[in-house]
Design a protein around this ligand. Structure first.
Ligand code: SF4
Ligand code: SF4
Length: 209
């Protein structure tokens, strides 16, 4: 199988999806899937209790990422060939193999269940089947702009500390005192100590209430 990450714009495509029962969780495997996924602000609440949230800079913009695995092995919540936190899995996991990029939607054709004619209709004539949509897609562009505006407001290099790298992505934590709820969730998420093992960085002293 090719690596996860062969995204195709759903525009003028028809895809079907025949389910996950015959798949060995490719999208949960860091060796084949994603090590990190970008977040919008509303994702923080759903993610920080189970995964580390770190910042990075992509195309000169500050972004927040959830770290899903070490880039080599399965997600630690993949147990007995299924997701052990299914209802609390990150928003990107809930949407996959669908992924939004601004106002456009993409399908990862590397997902073994994505095909041309077998199973449920995933998208038809450029329209996503509503059964595969999640509330994350509602007003997605507005949420993305709100997210970028917030990140722009905290985008000062001296307020961040480089704490490691994952799959070539440099990762930073916020070090300035802050009462902002998103910053608090970011700092709280750093308690997931496995992150420090995979990046060979030291766990910082956290002052989180
Ligand atoms: S979404 Fe695709 S890659 Fe992920 S477990 Fe299901 S079939 Fe496999
Ligand atoms: S949270 Fe669940 S669905 Fe997401 S990568 Fe981990 S095991 Fe897979």
């Amino acid at each position: 199988m090719e690596s996860i990450g062969s995204f195709v714009n759903i525009k003028s495509h028809n895809f079907h999806f025949h389910g996950c029962s015959t798949c060995e969780g490719h999208c949960c495997n860091g060796a084949k899937g994603f090590a990190a996924s970008p977040l919008i602000l509303e994702d923080f609440e759903e993610v920080y209790k189970n995964f580390p949230i770190l910042f990075s800079v992509t195309e000169q913009k500050l972004m927040a990422y959830v770290l899903l695995n070490d880039g080599k092995n399965y997600c630690r919540y993949y147990v007995n060939q299924q997701c052990s936190i299914y209802l609390q899995r990150p928003p990107a996991c809930k949407l996959y193999p669908v992924s939004p990029y601004f106002e456009q939607l993409f399908i990862d054709t590397a997902c073994p269940s994505v095909n041309q004619d077998s199973g449920y209709s995933l998208c038809h004539d450029g329209q996503l089947n509503s059964a595969f949509a999640t509330k994350r897609l509602e007003n997605f562009v507005e949420k993305l702009e709100e997210t970028h505006a917030f990140f722009e407001s905290i985008n000062a290099l001296e307020d961040f500390e480089h704490v490691g790298n994952l799959s070539g992505i440099p990762l930073f934590r916020y070090i300035k005192p802050s009462d902002n709820k998103y910053i608090k969730m970011h700092l709280e998420s750093l308690k997931h100590s496995w992150f420090y093992v995979l990046t060979n960085s030291s766990k910082p002293e956290l002052a989180v209430s």
